[in-house]
Design a protein around this ligand. Structure first.
Ligand code: TK8
Length: 339
């Protein structure tokens, strides 16, 4: 065979191979979706984001691709929300509490001691009230897909073991950027300082603040135990996370693409809740091993704190509207009765 002939055959074969691939490559140029989150990759938030990304890729046959960006590298919750509204970023997951400035109804989930356990939270958040609150986001340029579990929040600080209400006096406590949280902790006597989560570790390390409150999982994954000595089990509120899409972006997607994202979000939610609960169950032991001093409140002190905190319920009810407040209370009562 001459060199010329061999080259020709090779070239023809290559062309035959390349042609369908070129067409295919054009067809499947994947939609790239930037998905931002605040915690680091090894957190429960990071793990569930990975599941979401895998599900989207699988269900879309590679036509949709999630680029997950953690550790607030795309910005704090508030910054990412604005990027989604403006259409500069496609997706994120973050606390419902940081959305209250945009959609006031989200303050419902900041109600202290609203849920007694995670089961109640699942029923109410995944039910009609949860959906109603989520749908309110649409008029503000955001589409909510599902709620994930951040978890029951507990108090840490560096000053002293908090065994009674008065121990909170004067403690500089970082809270989420949200009036309900600011009011809650002011009511308890702490000096509540709103700060984005992305600045929290440094603020604790440099002693700009003395303490913070977050679920066990986050205290562990964000290594707050390195800069916090005392942990008080308060379970003062159940925090949800919410998976959001930019409405501008969402409106440009097909029905099939909507389904891919929603189905994947539901799968990630189911994974995330199991994973978070499993981690939370052993996190307290881990935190003790890491050197944190953990205390439970006595029943008397727990109820004193509860009484103080639930004083802000009236203002939450006024802010979200009395009808919605009552609807939520009824849904919780029903979930509680159902068991
Ligand atoms: C992460 C936050 C975090 C929340 C907080 O971006 O700010 O304390 O609990 O999970 O949304």
């Amino acid at each position: 065979m001459t060199l010329f002939r061999r080259t020709l055959i090779a070239a023809t074969a290559a062309a035959a191979l390349a042609a369908p691939f070129a067409a295919l490559a054009q067809d499947i140029k994947p939609r790239l979706i930037r998905f931002g989150y605040g915690l680091n990759e090894i957190s429960n938030q990071g793990r569930a984001t990975k599941v979401f990304a895998e599900e989207v890729e699988k269900a879309s046959g590679g036509k949709m691709k999630i680029r997950a960006i953690g550790a607030a590298a795309l910005g704090s919750d508030l910054q990412m929300q604005q990027a989604l509204i403006g259409g500069a970023q496609e997706m994120m997951v973050g606390s419902t509490a940081t959305l209250v400035g945009i959609t006031k109804e989200m303050a419902l989930w900041d109600t202290p001691f609203l849920f007694d356990n995670a089961k109640e939270a699942d029923v109410v958040l995944d039910g009609p009230v949860g959906q109603k609150v989520m749908d309110k986001l649409q008029e503000k340029g955001l589409v909510g897909l599902v709620y994930w579990e951040n978890g029951f929040r507990n108090l840490t600080n560096n000053k002293r073991a908090v065994t009674k209400l008065e121990d909170l006096d004067g403690i500089k406590l970082r809270v989420m950027q949200n009036n309900v949280f600011i009011d809650s902790f002011k009511t308890l006597g702490a000096n509540a300082v709103p700060l984005p989560f992305s600045e929290l570790f440094t603020a604790l390390e440099t002693k700009t603040v003395d303490g913070q409150e977050n679920p066990y999982n986050t205290i562990l994954s964000s290594k707050f135990y390195e800069v916090q000595k005392y942990l008080t089990v308060t379970n003062h509120v159940y925090s949800p996370w919410i998976v959001l899409v930019s409405k501008k972006y969402w409106d440009g997607l097909s029905k099939d693409e909507h389904k891919v994202l929603l189905d994947a979000a539901k799968k990630s939610r189911d994974f995330e809740r199991l994973d978070t609960r499993a981690e939370a169950e052993k996190a307290l032991t881990d935190l003790k091993t890491k050197g944190m001093q953990v205390n439970q409140l006595s029943p008397v002190e727990a109820s004193r704190m509860r009484d103080q905190l639930t004083r802000i319920n009236a203002s939450i009810a006024t802010n979200v509207g009395m009808d919605l407040w009552k609807e939520t209370q009824a849904a919780v009562a029903k979930a509680r009765g159902a068991k």
